[in-house]
Design a protein around this ligand. Structure first.
Ligand code: GTP
Ligand code: MG
Length: 361
């Protein structure tokens, strides 16, 4: 990524310079206040330093599938040779994968490509449904080979995700509330999100850093709000609300994974009126824990899941299992402690391709 450093007197001026120098695709990597040096301190105010970069062009969405196509062709060729020669040069795990796919075909109605996804970590409880949906997607035209089948599965996963999104979509500008277990990165993700909205999209925003069953000690959120010139309130007053076009974000402390605590949280959320509740999960946790957390927080009216710590995990199969089990889309991916670096809208195509690419390595 090419980076530029911008120094300006105000955050607004810095934003304008970033837009002018880097363009609309600018990614804000870091923002900090610069104290004036030496005697300048006597008459100068502190300045704002912004580090911005231009994202590298994203990989073609089909690249991972093309690599899979090559791999499958190579495997089919090798398998053919093996059948002729009666000996194998394939790695034992690949042999096992192909043997499972072929041997069980007669007595098991799953598509072969779904069996490959099972090997890549898809939970068995989702396999039948995915296979059935792929069959319905097909109509009368059957894919000719495993690669075409995988492309079809990609469509099925993406359309499942969009169905979940449609079900939970909220009109207008609902209050965005971030909730989740303790310490999963909720406040960090909220800081990143607000910074992007304020700096890149120039949306006026307001933050509420509220206490829950215990107090919200995230002082860094208030400091960051001050730097961004975004007001950070400590109490929710229903009668004093900003204009309709202001984005509203609520940060709440983490809650224990027990039904009572979550029902109490649900009561608090209902006092915000129309809200969009994002469950924030740490993507580096074990799958079992993530599934349990998604299940218990599913008592809330969730609109999606934000996955944090993407800098510490490459297991996208686990994330797909959470999506399919919770029947919710992932809304954002957040990676790293720095604000506002590494915060993007999650795209199902990308998540599927990442999963396949990681398994091919
Ligand atoms: N490596 C890494 N660290 C992160 C990420 N997100 C947050 N952290 C770190 O995780 C710790 C907790 O982050 P917070 O944002 O305060 O977590 P929280 O969920 O708001 O915590 P509570 O409100 O106390 O429940 C901090 O040290 C963050 O810097 C991430 O994506 N990757
Ligand atoms: Mg917090």
């Amino acid at each position: 990524m090419n980076t530029v450093k911008i120094i300006a007197d105000t955050a607004q001026e810095a934003l304008e310079k970033v837009q002018a120098e880097v363009g609309p695709d600018a990614v804000i990597l870091n923002v900090r206040k610069l104290p004036a040096d030496g005697v300048k301190r006597l008459w100068s105010q502190s300045q704002v330093e912004v580090l911005a970069g231009t994202p590298e062009s994203t990989k073609s969405q089909k690249e991972a599938l093309r690599r899979l196509a090559d791999k499958v062709q190579q495997l089919e060729g090798e398998l053919h040779d093996r059948e002729i020669k009666g000996s194998s040069s394939l790695p034992s795990n690949v042999e096992e994968m192909i043997r499972t796919v072929r041997v069980n075909d007669a007595d098991f109605s799953l598509l072969p490509s779904v069996k490959i996804l099972l090997d890549m970590g898809l939970l068995p409880e989702h396999a039948c449904e995915i296979s059935d949906q792929a069959n319905q997607h097909l109509g009368s035209t059957r894919p000719r080979n495993l690669v075409e089948e995988m492309e079809l599965l990609r469509e099925v996963f993406v359309s499942r995700w969009h169905q979940f999104s449609l079900r939970v979509e909220k009109p207008g500008t609902p209050v965005r509330v971030l909730v989740g277990p303790l310490g999963t990165g909720k406040t960090t993700a909220l800081c990143k999100w607000v910074t992007q909205e304020t700096f890149l999209r120039q949306h006026p925003s307001r933050i509420w850093r509220l206490d829950g069953s215990h107090s919200n000690t995230a002082e860094f959120l208030s400091l960051h709000g001050e730097l961004m010139q975004v007001p950070v309130e400590r109490v929710w007053v229903e009668t004093i609300q900003p204009p309709d076009d202001t984005l509203k974000f609520v940060d709440l402390p983490g809650v224990l994974e027990d039904v009572e605590a979550i029902d109490e949280l649900a009561m608090q959320i209902s006092s915000f009126g129309e809200s969009e509740v994002h469950l924030v999960l740490n993507g580096s946790y074990e799958q079992e824990l993530l599934l349990r957390q998604a299940r218990i927080f599913g008592r809330l009216p969730l609109a999606g899941i934000i996955i944090t710590h993407t800098d510490e995990t490459e297991d996208w199969g686990k994330i797909w299992n959470v999506v399919l089990s919770a029947e919710l889309p992932v809304t954002f991916l957040s990676g790293g402690q720095d604000i506002p670096g590494g915060f993007q809208t999650a795209m199902p195509e990308q998540l599927f391709d990442n999963w396949v690419s990681a398994a091919m390595r």
